[in-house]
Design a protein around this ligand. Sequence first.
Ligand code: M6R
Length: 610
Amino acid sequence: MCGITGIVTRNSDNIGELLVRCSSKLTYRGYDSVGVAAVRDGIVDLRKDVGTIEDVDRLLGLSKMKGDRGIAQLRWATYGAPNKINAQPHFGCEEVFFGAHNGNIHNYVEYRRQLIETGHTIRSENDGELCVHAVDKYYEQTGDMLEAVRLSTHDLKGAFAFAVGRSDKEEIYAVKMGSTLVAGIAENATIVSSDLPSILPLTNRILYLADGEMLSLTHDEVKVFRIEDGKQLERKPEISKIDARAAEKGGFPHFMLKEINEQPKVVQDLMGVLEGQENEKWFSLFEDASRHYLVACGSSYNASIVGTYYFNRLAGLPIIHALGGQFEPMYGNTMDSDSLSILVSQSGETKDILNVLNMVYENDYGKTLGIVNVIGSTLMFKANSYVPMTCGYEISVPATKTYYSQAVIFAYLSAKLGERNGHLDPSEAASLINRLRTDLPRLTQTTIDRTGILAKNLAKTLTNVKDLYCLGYGFTDGVAKEGALKIKEICYNHCEGMYSSEFKHGPLSIVTDKYPVIFVTTTEDSWMVINHINEVKARSGRTIIVGEMEDTLLPYVANKDDYLAVPKSDILLNPILDVIPLQLLSYFLSVDIGINPDLPRNLSKTLTVD
Ligand code: M6R
């Protein structure tokens, strides 16, 4: 997944500066390579190379480029290695057409061959180049830029968006076919981008687009067209209330640390929305369904594991949880029109999740409920209803506050459903919701303050460790998996997250003297976890504990920093709080190792590809 930004401006002095400033807000979408194409006096200046936007700007002077229109692209490599030739934007056959895409062109191999056979000069192994050539091809036939852009979508198969221009045309054109794209209208400039953060530095007047739509931008106008028949559509800009400063670090050294520290505020805002919003629709979706599936990827999946425990315990509801990519082959044939698919995604754009969404609708497999953070995302629009995570921007590639928000949402929904179906006493439901609203913000802050120092010290003792386990039991199953994912993702360590009672069924053989195993526990399950701790201790392993301070657990840690103790709460808040020390541990470890936790290698925040 990549980020594209196209700008047309009246002032031709600073197109490079504008493109660099705006597109740098999309760094979370890709940082393998960067390029800018700008048109000045009918000549296209295209500069690109491998590295982050800061690196490439320093190297090639991107922000000094002049012109009245241009396109920038930040790449996360899928088709073609992350090298200079595959970096975007690309030219068409001559240095006349230029453009860049986001997403995947699925018929890449056949279409590339066809283009070459018909005389096109293809320089890279990157599928984005084909978008420019497709427009080039149809411009040859029609001599009309808008029509060429429209017809190009007939040839290109996949989920993508692209922006394209021609050296002698004053417009930039863009297409949305399954990947995100938004536009903005500023004073004397217009902008199109893969995501809002890069538009907000210029304007808050936003045009939202649907799939199957295309745009033409001049410095003072954005026109929207339907791709199917080329008809121009009426589209009024909406005023975005999102503060552009939300995409700044706000004094923290990394977005990840900022986002961890935002969690007390997240729960306050979230509870306000959950309780204040008209949410009858969410509950009817659950109650009208005879089968419930919970589908997510990565951190959202780990939170969904925790959710499954909440639904069982508080609402007596059997929920089948699965990874996005695993879902259809594993459960597709068990679905019918009475099913409810609960699709959880921070971005609301993860392809594995949208595949499930589309599969449900194509087969008439019932209804969908999205749990989603990004307002305006495909999941938000297409699901029958959605629960907002209310986290604001999560910029850092490792998910933190959105995982936390998802866990709170599951606790809340389960308590309400349990109360409604009689599984949970109304006073217990009310008490939990009250604790989420009044106690959790304070307990979250205390957890950050208290375990931050311990995690920082503990991280220093783990910098040479390349291999470890993170185990959970019951409610902390998903928490341990999430902790392990964080350590893998931003510390480049092998850290396996698994169910603690499974450890003895094979992995225990890895334990030798001081081999580190992290145990995450609730107070209710610590008696059982002690058995699993003993199995490791008996083999001289090093046990690290995450959970409330308990006298029975204390003898199992060699020193105080090996016990990341969260404040006293209860079994239902433990799985929400226990993740925080693991987020902090992975953060400090990553920084100590010398990695930028916000931009771990090979990754992208939003995965719009299969
Ligand atoms: O946007 P989504 O919640 O659908 O993203 C799912 C995963 O790609 C994401 O959680 C990923 O695992 C995180 N980078 C983990 O920190």
